[in-house]
Ligand binder design. Sequence first.
Ligand SMILES: [Fe+2]
Length: 381
Amino acid sequence: MPLRMLHLAKCRPGQIVGRAIVEDDGTVAVAQHACLTRDSLVALEAAGHTNIIVDADDAFEATQERIDESWLTAGLEALASRGIPPMDRVPSLRRQAATDLNIAYRSPTVTALFGDRENVRGLITRTIVSEFKPKVLAALVELKIADASLYVHAMITSVAAALIARAIGVPHHRTGQLIAGTLLQDIGLIYLPRDLESAERHRLHPLLGYRLLRETEYVEALSAHVALEHHECTDGTGEPRGVFGQNALSVSRWALRPLPTLIGEISAVANMYALKSGKSRDGGLSPDQAIAALRDAAGIQLNKAVVGAFLQATPIYPSGARVVIRGGDRDGFRGRVSTINPARLDRPIVTLERDKRNAEIRPLNVDMLREKASSIEMRAW
Ligand SMILES: [Fe+2]
């Protein structure tokens, strides 16, 4: 159980005590795992206690954020009406979700991440598929029916999150919580009123998603935190709580202020990558531009240590990949990645083989680190 120390004034009835509160004479005032009540809080204050260690999963209840309870009720009713799939339907739903995951894999967004590393792809596919538990499948079906593009986004985010978790060495069970959380992190969006202002939808969907996942127990508590935290920023400007990160892979468990969870911070990085690179289908950011956006956001919006681990683990343009130069003097020239630059994975050495009219040229090595006006796009030619 993750623990957090909270000032007594910030504790609320319903929170779970993480460590027994012991009086000076050795008697136990409140036992570990006890649920705080209004009366026990008054008694603790009267006895002079100032800080209480509580279950961090419930510390959220101490914040001021509120949502319209009717949205939560509507969401809970919709999910309940869909129901949990009967066991005999689970294999076919799991197969369908796995097929959708493979479609997401074949997108340029994910191909750019994985290259031809089949072993990594296989490992992450198995990890994600193992999180397609009946309750998660039920919610995924709901998400797919309500918003197909959101569903694809969830798949891509999960892949990126799994890759980051693997790079960091996140334990297996935590990786599972992360993946289940990233698959469902946007579920709040489908139950918010359509006429709500878009900034409000953005601000409130993590909160509604968190509440839905907590109350339905579709996923574990920490997975619900992924929904809550996937739009938080390291510098405290994120939503909905505005918690500050510490730009590290491990943080003090005894901090006096709320901190994002590591898997929440991983989901924020994966979410931004999926959002930025997802736009490449519409002529938006190419994978290297999306990575550059992550680098720019590291330490400000995103946990710097998590972004660093992601960049190290991601070849972006694997050796041998066919690419097209964009911008600069050689705009439109085609070539293959010949050498990966370990310090700048998005800036490899490219051996150009064809000009912009697709005519063969004498092979020419170009160091993309020096070609500041150009970028590369991974594309068949
Ligand atoms: Fe979101």
